[in-house]
Design a protein around this ligand. Structure first.
Ligand code: 26Y
Length: 795
């Protein structure tokens, strides 16, 4: 597409779609016009792919996830469609700022963190690989809350990304599916009729997901909840105005909010309703499509693979069995077999508090037929395996992990260590019964968004050096290795990183009014705020370093900028205290004349996908410091490494694999192993002993305790200090000393600029394996048994 054609397309949409003329158009109008112009190009390719999937009778993958953290879509679309040049030229011609347009797009935050972002990367990789696939999610009106700080405290505000028209989606009112809840069951022999007492409508909204070079496109289908009967005119005419709108309001509640917690399962009825609503609509849609193409349901596992993203859609098993058995008349055992061979389940956590369970009373009330079927599935599984325990339904609850396991033909972990721990802990007994079921598929990230798009300077250097094949064959980044021995090339690499750091410094100065020196170590920890992720350990190390500088301000300290980003679950008081502490520390430290040359603390609010894209390319040091055994994988760790940051980290999640790939000598390892954590935790008094043994740690804790960062309220952080001193389940104190040691190794290493840059470049060269293309190929081979369509280049 030429620049002139692009310009004409933008102007056309500005006038005829947006209804504005160039004189009165605002940034928003221009953004919408550009989005429609780009979207037109995508739609052709998307239809082509959809037609081919049908014509070639391909097996499809259905990715069911309660979360899709897709972020902004415009730049992604422009890059994948190779339209940057024509867009940039056209905008220049029209006198419109590219940056302003890009920044104007709301960041679609239909997810909490890692699990949701993984789903988004997978969608992009599936499209890039030419794999016929469809993502199914919920079209939350309000995504993850917006985070603000008020006197350093986190304040949550609703995120209303749908307030403006959403350029990327197509409403599909013709795809409306009835979803029932409650009511009663009438059994007829083995089968039953379910008569729900409440019915809602799930309405589809489709967003095209285009792969690299526009060679394939898939659909992300998001369900909106609508009332069966809309506005009650009779009631309104009787003068009952509020009540008239009630059914609509009730129904909409279901797709209104994303539950903002990852990891602490709350057992809320609305959440269970959301899960069933999402899953039932998706299963119906999948079967409708299947039955339009084939007439034998026994073929389902050959033509469809349903992946459930954690247990959140795990009701898919019983729901599929219910339709096959009750509605289509297939024998119960055969129905279970078909469902199992179609479904597979990804586990993302071993933390007991995050494993979903539902009380039998609530489940029985809301999904009476499913409750019966779960018991029959348990019964069948007992007969199959000759066991008498291991039920999904026990102790008055339905355990969704067990249900997911029993109803899947494959269950996967998300990093090598995590998968091994699944086998030896949470799923130990089930694994022994089904030793071939658990497989590992180490997570990945899409290199299109997480390198090409977010880091244009480094990407250009890479492409200038090895060509652009790496973009969809990230293993090619290996070809950079010889360049890392070339001083001239390393200088260019350093220049790219430095320019990224200058950009970030300018942004920090403008938005947060903090001045940072781009020559400092940019040390970044961004992720949800959690005790197991140990942001407080990083804070303690920051305090200890600060105190050390104060003791001796004229020694040769290595300047650092400690950057934090992340949201705390609104009810997770401890995590919110960690946020508050970080902000209180920033206030004190950033204005300390003795230390501020050497140490700054920066905590930009509202960490999201877009902020990650800004921060990660500018990082020198990636903090991956979770208590070993707790972080299933991590995916931020991969993004940092790919963008040439060194990692300081524990042997946890995918850190283990990152370290193997980049080389142990290029990784700042510290801390106990998962096994050591388990033994050490059992030894009473571990925290007190660790504190007594490390005066730096003791002093840092004492500084918090005595109000060093909250003089107006010295006891403010007693929750944190008391917990760390007496309990410390996550081993902050016991790992602190080694963490401090590793941080000083970082200082020493950073002193040799050229060597640091060489290792940073090696990180980029050696982490192409973490492309989500590789992950998706793994699922295709080990889990889905599916092939991609041969790809055709854009005309
Ligand atoms: C049940 C509900 C409260 C719940 C909601 C969301 C439970 C868990 C979650 C989300 C979990 C999550 O994001 N897990 C992360 O998944 C990533 C992708 O596999 C991993 O990299 C990361 O280690 C893991 O914490």
């Amino acid at each position: 597409m030429t620049s002139a054609e692009m310009k004409a397309a933008i102007l056309h949409h500005l006038v005829y779609t947006q209804g504005k003329d160039a004189v009165t158009a605002k940034t928003y109008d221009w953004r919408m016009a550009l989005s429609y112009a780009v979207r037109d190009k995508i739609v052709d390719r998307w239809f082509e792919a959809t037609r081919r999937a049908y014509a070639e009778k391909r097996k499809r993958v259905y990715y069911l996830s309660l979360e899709f953290l897709i972020g902004r879509l415009l730049k992604d679309a422009i890059i994948n469609m190779r339209l940057e040049e024509s867009v940039l030229d056209a905008l220049k011609d029209l006198g419109i700022e590219w940056e302003e347009i890009i920044e104007d797009e709301p960041d679609a935050a239909l997810g909490n963190g890692g699990l949701g972002r993984l789903a988004a990367c997978f969608m992009e990789s599936q499209a890039t690989l030419g794999l016929p696939a469809m993502g199914y999610g919920i079209r939350y009106e309000n995504g993850l809350f917006r985070q603000r700080f008020e006197d350093g405290r986190q304040v949550e505000e609703p995120e209303d990304w749908l307030n403006q028209a959403h350029a990327w989606e197509f409403a599909r009112p013709e795809v409306s599916i009835d979803i029932g809840f409650g009511g009663h069951v009438q059994e007829i022999g083995s089968r039953a009729n379910w008569y729900p007492s409440e019915v809602l409508i799930a309405r589809a909204h489709d967003t095209p997901v285009i792969g690299w070079k526009g060679r394939w496109g898939n659909t992300l289908r998001l369900w909106e909840a609508r009332p069966m009967h809309g506005f009650d005119l009779a009631r309104f005419n009787r003068g009952d105005h509020t009540a008239a709108a009630e059914p609509e309001a009730m129904a909409r509640t279901l797709s209104r909010v994303l539950y903002p917690d990852d990891h602490t399962e709350q057992g809320k009825e609305l959440r269970l309703k959301q899960e069933f609503f999402h899953t039932a609509a998706s299963i119906r849609d999948i079967l409708r499509r299947f039955e339009s193409e084939y007439d034998d349901l026994r073929l389902l596992p050959k033509k469809a693979a349903i992946q459930i993203n954690d247990t959140h859609p795990a009701i898919a098993g019983p729901e599929l069995v219910r339709i096959l058995h009750d509605e289509r008349g297939i024998d119960f055992e055969e129905a279970v077999g078909i469902a199992r061979n179609t479904i597979s389940y990804t586990n993302h956590t071993l933390l007991p508090e995050a494993l979903e369970t539902w009380g039998e009373a609530r489940m029985g009330r809301l999904l009476p037929r499913h409750m019966q079927l779960i018991d029959r599935i348990d019964d069948l599984h007992r007969r199959e395996t000759g066991t008498h325990d291991l039920n999904a339904h026990h102790d008055g609850k339905v355990h969704m992990g067990t249900l997911g396991f029993i109803m899947a033909h494959k269950v996967n972990g998300v990093a090598a260590l995590h998968t091994e721990l699944m086998k030896s802990t949470v799923f130990k007994d089930l694994h022994e019964l089904h030793p071939e079921k658990i497989v590992n598929e180490t997570n990945g990230v899409t290199p299109r968004r997480w390198l090409l798009s977010c880091n244009p300077r480094l990407s250009s250097l890479i492409t200038d050096s090895i060509g652009d094949n790496w973009v969809d064959h990230a293993e090619d980044l290996k070809k950079l290795e010889p360049f890392t021995e070339d001083a001239g090339w390393i200088e260019k690499f350093t220049a790219a990183k430095h320019a990224n750091k200058v950009d970030l410094s300018n942004w920090i100065a403008e938005t947060l009014e903090i001045s940072v020196d781009p020559d400092s170590i940019f040390d970044i920890q961004v992720k949800r705020i959690h005790e197991y992720k140990r942001q407080h350990m990083n804070l303690l190390e920051t305090i200890a370093y600060w105190l050390e500088i104060r003791d001796n301000p004229n020694a040769g300290w290595t300047p650092r900028v400690k950057i934090f980003g992340g949201k705390a679950f609104p009810n997770y008081i401890y995590a919110k205290e960690m946020v508050h502490l970080a902000n209180d520390m920033a206030k004190v430290m950033n204005s300390d004349p003795l230390t501020s040359r050497f140490l700054k603390v920066v905590f930009p609010p509202n960490y999201n996908v877009s902020l990650a894209e800004r921060l990660i390319p500018a990082a020198d040091l990636s903090e991956q410091i979770s208590t070993a055994g707790k972080e299933a994988s991590g995916t931020g760790n991969m993004k940092f490494s790919l963008n040439g940051a060194l990692t300081i980290g524990t042997l946890d999640g995918a850190n283990v694999e990152i370290r193997e790939l980049v080389g142990a000598e290029n990784f700042f390892l510290f801390g106990m192993t998962a096994e050591e954590v388990m033994t050490h935790r059992a030894e009473a008094g571990h925290a007190a002993r660790a504190i007594a043994a490390d005066p730096r740690l003791a002093r840092a804790l004492e500084t918090i305790r005595s109000g060093g960062f909250s003089p107006e309220e010295p006891g403010r952080y007693h929750m944190i200090t008391d917990n760390l001193t007496h309990h410390d389940y996550f081993m902050v104190c016991s790992d602190f000393t080694d963490y401090w040691r590793a941080q000083r190794d970082v200082d020493a290493a950073f002193a040799d600029k050229a060597e640091w840059a060489r290792v940073a470049a090696l990180n980029t060269a050696r982490t192409g394996w973490f492309s989500s293309d590789r992950t998706i190929r793994g699922y295709m081979r080990d889990v889905w048994d599916v092939e991609a369509a041969p790809l055709v280049d854009l005309a």
